[in-house]
Design a protein around this ligand. Sequence first.
Ligand SMILES: NC(=O)c1ccc[n+]([C@@H]2O[C@H](COP(=O)([O-])OP(=O)(O)OC[C@H]3O[C@@H](n4cnc5c(N)ncnc54)[C@H](OP(=O)(O)O)[C@@H]3O)[C@@H](O)[C@H]2O)c1
Length: 263
Amino acid sequence: MDQTLPLSGRHALVCGASAGIGQASAFALAKMGATLTILARRQQRLEDLVAPLKEAGAPDVYTLVADFDKRDDLVTKVSNHLEQHGSIQIWINNTGGPPGGLLLEAEEEELLTAFGRHLFSAQRLLKLLLPGMKDAGYGRIISVLSTSVREPIPQLGVSNTVRAAMASWSKTLSGELPPGITINSILPGFTATERLASLAEARAEKANTTPEDIERGWLLSIPEGRLGSADELGNVIAFLASPMASYVRGVCLPVDGGRLRSI
Ligand SMILES: NC(=O)c1ccc[n+]([C@@H]2O[C@H](COP(=O)([O-])OP(=O)(O)OC[C@H]3O[C@@H](n4cnc5c(N)ncnc54)[C@H](OP(=O)(O)O)[C@@H]3O)[C@@H](O)[C@H]2O)c1
């Protein structure tokens, strides 16, 4: 193990790690020397990542197949994993976004599912992971939310609602957690991942146009003039997870190429 790396000796749980922003943050944390547990529903995808993550610098990589929509099972699996592989000091709280659509048309069930996947799972994982962070005197909790926390996005009614709740959850905890255990959120803008591709397709179908047209419209709103890459998000997440971010606490950090117009 390279003891000189900023996260050597630390163990990170990266949720939603089989694709997109979660996967990219796993690689960024591996480069900083963290041991990794990568969690998602698709087992093969996770297994395929083990060797490349080790090559990138992670001393050990464990996989954990679990579903944020099945909370009891999720909690049992994470709890068993902690007993077997030791505590976690860094938790990347990330999972799939709710489907799009108008809030006016959303059923109660859709809101319940979204709150379950995001807020209730987060609260239960927090209770499991916090004792290990307290023992280590080092904790980093980073939630992947959305710029909709600041400016709700049309056609993402359920997502806008649950993200705002998550931002408040995180900010409230930043006042309650002990020193040395920080909690922050990142707000991705338009980031080129499977999630964005499927949103572009759904919008194109509704507007009777092409996903490329939808993307061109998005680009007009981004001062950087392009979509973000998952790696650009992963790097910011890894910074927040590192000792370099020891005095950053309770922030919602947009990583959006300047798209948000609010201060
Ligand atoms: N990409 C963007 O432009 C953008 C912008 C704003 C916000 N966001 C939000 O940022 C988060 C990550 O986005 P992304 O673009 O990286 O998404 P993505 O490419 O669709 O990846 C989502 C990850 O979450 C996992 N996942 C999905 N549902 C899950 C569940 N029920 N239980 C456990 N894992 C689950 C997926 O793996 P499995 O399918 O293997 O479980 C995958 O690893 C999402 O919440 C998204 O809504 C993204």
